[in-house]
Design a protein around this ligand. Sequence first.
Ligand code: PHE
Length: 354
Amino acid sequence: MKDRINELKERFASELSAVSDQKSLEDLRLAFLSKKGKVSELMQELAKIPNEQKKEAGQLINTFKQEISARFDAKMEEIRKMEEERLIGSTESYDESLPQKIKRGSYHPITLVQRELEDIFESMGFDVEDYSEIVDDYHCFEALNIPPFHPARDMQDTYYLTTPNQLLKSHTSAAQNAIMHKYGPLLKEKGRPIRAVFPGRCFRNEAIDACHENTFFQMEGIMIDKNISISNLIYFMKTMLSEVFERDVTVRLRPGFFPFVEPGFELDIQCLICGGDGCPSCKNSGWLELCPCGMIHPNVLKYGGINTEENPYEYTGFAFGLGLTRLAMMKYGVKDIRTFNEGDLNALSQFVSK
Ligand code: PHE
């Protein structure tokens, strides 16, 4: 048995020194250490030798097995290093000053759409505002005419934080009240209409699929002045959407319920793919639901410090809540909403602004 092991040791050593890549190392490992390998053969022979020699022979085989396993590991490490060096070039020959092929970063498609919209609205005299993602119950609901325990809260499955009275903003409307307070004095003292858009990330507990995400972007807009009417709303929305889609779009309003607008609407655009004839993209209806909107509810204007109890209709205004994520999907033909949050650079780096 001893001779047999010594003979195998020599054979192993000479074969190992000839190995120079991972594949042949693996072949050699199988030849020695697999179920049908040399070490297993030795174990079978062990069964046949006289009992009194078994112990010593068994130990020899075990030592042999451990020895070759260790040498395999060492060789594997050596080959890995060699291959690594071959890939990156050895440190000595590395020249930092040589031009590198570096892939340029790119903007996220939602950022692109957001910036484009900001430009369009700014050109129409709107201010662009930022607002926090963690808000309190008053701003997200009560100031928007949604009292505690009102069933309208069920429309948005909201993430409440463990800190009392704090939640993740479920819609960008949560900023309306603060913006009214910020620009209200200018409106009343200087007659400067309030025109503001405020994009932001929103959170709702949604079951995630190709059309739903728990984290998405909206862009809210409000305009408040004397004599603002639904025609102003339609004009701004039409102008903005025609700019975004770079062609004339046809819109229509359907009644929609939101406690903070009265009347409230769903604004649809005529399907850009079939032109209104009906196709799979618009579920054969010819229209796509794009933007809830409406005339700001008198209570909301009152909470925002715009109108007073005595003169509740002095100023009027419209509000809209554009789904930025939705718009980015339509504009770029992205079929699965999850693409935006998955961080797959191949998918995300294809988009360029115009
Ligand atoms: N905040 C509403 C939502 O996210 C949308 C909306 C905004 C509706 C403004 C009307 C006016 O569901």
